[in-house]
Ligand binder design. Structure first.
Ligand code: FAD
Ligand code: PHB
Length: 390
């Protein structure tokens, strides 16, 4: 087989890149190690920046997001049992859309099917060859048979544990990492959200977040220990703990519905530089991870895809490698700003087990300053709704 761009991974970054390329006549094949159903069963992000929403529109898959997604003009921060609103519209004139990653993935899969794009699911042992220069190729096994795809470029969109980043010689990459001493325990439940907007709660027992997927489906998180297991957290214990961390109004609005999904995610900041090696380009979680507190993971995958798509169009339309040559530096500029914001949101809102009395006072002062200063709230709002792509 032969194609122009082989895309590894059918998560949001791989599918979005594929859709944008197909729309502009650039041939591509997506290879995914899991089944489509498995990919759709993973519950992940829920907040979409305006820039990412526009890119989904550009890819022709934004209709359901605009119809079913919820436009949020702000968030609330709860501190000491009091809620404070950060009004994005008043501060920066922008909003975000609350719409699940699962739904975006479904829309992208449907769009790809309608456009006749090729996605190979359940491909085993994907390996990359001759990515340094010249014709690259991707080998994999499907139904026990070895296959090979020749291509001009490989897009590594295969997430943090994927094969793409690992195919780059170690001496080429530099890694930057912080692992946080806690995780997030999340549940999905069919009950209305406790409030119209997301509540980020700072509490001495730990951080909590009340998010949602629709007017009838809530996504709720608790800061938990790294050695916690979901078996330690039956629904009753989850709700009891969440109620303690919320203000009275939110606590009394919280139902007790049975969870339909429950998982624990560790929190990590990670960047691999550069995001290019020869004809291989990394995008999304394959190159970087942010802790979810800033709601940036999926949005950062979208901005990488935007830069890579633009660069590939420039190559095929104008035979210019300028965009491809600039890709890594361009993407990383925005990546580091989102890394900073996600690290900052994480550090002001969570309880750090090793923090000293001084650290705790600093954290409290930072939150009180934030909630009393229009300038500080504007900075939060500007980052939360998403920094510009250009
Ligand atoms: P992924 O979504 O990881 O997709 C990569 C795809 O590549 C996967 O389908 C995988 O199966 C496939 N793949 C991997 N290896 C191979 C291989 N060798 N061959 C072929 N295919 C392969 N972000 C938020 O903003 N808010 C959240 O609440 C949030 N929660 C999260 C919870 C978890 C458990 C995780 C892991 C992430 C979460 N994120 C969250 C981050 C967000 O979901 C990611 O940033 C986003 O999914 C990145 O998209 P991606 O397409 O780059 O990677
Ligand atoms: C979510 O709805 O899953 C969600 C929302 C905001 C975040 C993180 C996760 O910051």
């Amino acid at each position: 087989m032969r194609t122009q761009v082989a895309i590894i991974g059918a998560g949001p970054s791989g599918l979005l890149l594929g859709q944008l390329l197909s729309k502009h006549g650039i041939a591509n094949i997506v290879l995914e190690q899991r089944s489509a159903d498995y990919v759709l069963s993973r519950i992940r992000a829920g907040v979409i920046e305006q820039g990412a929403a526009e890119l989904l529109d550009e890819a022709g898959v934004g209709n359901r997001m605009h119809r079913d997604g919820l436009t949020h003009d702000g968030i609330e921060i709860s501190l000491g049992g009091q809620r404070h609103r950060i009004d994005f519209q008043a501060l920066v004139g922008k909003s975000v859309i609350v719409y699940g990653q699962t739904e975006i993935t479904r829309d992208l899969m449907d769009g790809r099917l309608a456009a006749g794009g090729q996605t190979l699911y359940e491909t085993a042992d994907v390996s990359l060859h001759q990515i340094e220069h010249g014709r690259a190729s991707v080998r994999y096994r499907s139904g026990g048979v070895e296959q090979e795809i020749e291509c001009d470029f490989v897009a590594g969109c295969d997430g943090f544990h994927g094969v793409s980043r690992k195919s780059i010689p170690e001496h080429v990459l530099k890694f930057y990492e912080r692992v946080y001493p806690f995780g997030w325990l999340g549940i999905l439940v069919d009950q209305p959200p406790v409030s119209a907007e997301l509540i980020y709660a700072s509490h001495e027992r730990g951080f909590a977040l009340c998010s949602m997927r629709s007017r009838t489906r809530s996504r709720l998180y608790l800061q938990c220990r790294l050695d916690d297991h979901i078996e330690d957290w039956p629904d009753g214990r989850f709700y009891e703990e969440l109620r303690r961390r919320l203000d009275d109004n939110a606590a009394s609005a919280l139902g007790r519905g049975a969870s339909i999904e429950k998982s624990i995610a560790p929190l990590r900041s990670f960047v691999a530089e550069p995001m290019r090696y020869g004809n291989l380009f990394l995008a999304g979680d394959a190159a970087h991870i942010v802790p979810p507190t800033g709601a940036k993971g999926l949005n950062l995958a979208a901005s990488d895809v935007y830069y890579l798509w633009q660069a590939l169009m420039e190559y095929y339309r104008e035979q210019s490698t300028a965009g491809l040559d600039a890709y890594s530096a361009r993407a990383l500029q925005r990546v580091w700003k989102a890394e900073r914001f996600s690290w900052w949101m994480t550090s002001i809102l969570h309880c750090f087990p090793e923090s000293s009395g001084f650290d705790q006072k600093m954290q409290r002062a930072e939150l009180e300053y934030l909630l009393s200063s229009r300038a500080a709230m504007t900075a939060l709002a500007e980052n939360y709704v998403g920094l510009p792509y250009k």
